[in-house]
Design a binder for this molecule. Sequence first.
Ligand code: ZN
Length: 239
Amino acid sequence: MNHAATATPLRGLRARPFRCPGCGPSLLLRLGGDEMRVRCLRCRGTPVHLSLLAALAAHVGRLAALDACELSTTGALLRHLRRRCRSVATSEYLEGITPGGHRNGIRCEDVQRLSYADASFDLCTSTEVFEHVPDDRAGLRELHRVLRPGGWLLFTVPLSDLPATRERARRHGPRIEHLLPPAYHGDRLNGPGSVLVYRDYGRDIVERVRAAGFDQAALWTPRRDFHGHRRAVVVARRG
Ligand SMILES: [Zn+2]
């Protein structure tokens, strides 16, 4: 038996007890250096989801009376919302499907033109969505519209240290104008390297959120990291 070969995948494997902001006492696993390879043993939350769950606990608190809207159909954050909120609307952006329509039981929504009625929700969440939205200002205005007064918006995007957001691409109808070399992220439905990044967000993201009508908007970061990873979460509230 070749012991060297079996030992290699375990190099860098670490686990430490931690209090998961989603599911309570657990172990934080590190299966590799990449952010996606750090997970809560119980709820499988990644540092992105764990950061958002920590922001939720710090700002929103009790979820039992809230109607929530999450812009995905999977993941530890959604499972958490499903267990605790009064209701959770879920959706994905599906090319070629009218907002409000379904494919394989999954509801399609385009955050730039949501099919939900005004003031439908108390809480809207998303993780790693807005960098892929051609007109993110329209998307933020739509989330403001579907939130009730006093409603919360919490989301993450990859954030750079740039003071100002840098546009990478612009959409003109069906045509895409590339201002910088195209960059792509993967997603669960379309596979790795499939989704265009429209912009690199800078610290001015909170001004963009305020410009969409939100009264309060701030960046909030968990005090403790998750095996070296943590995310700033945009926390905004409709007045
Ligand atoms: Zn957990």
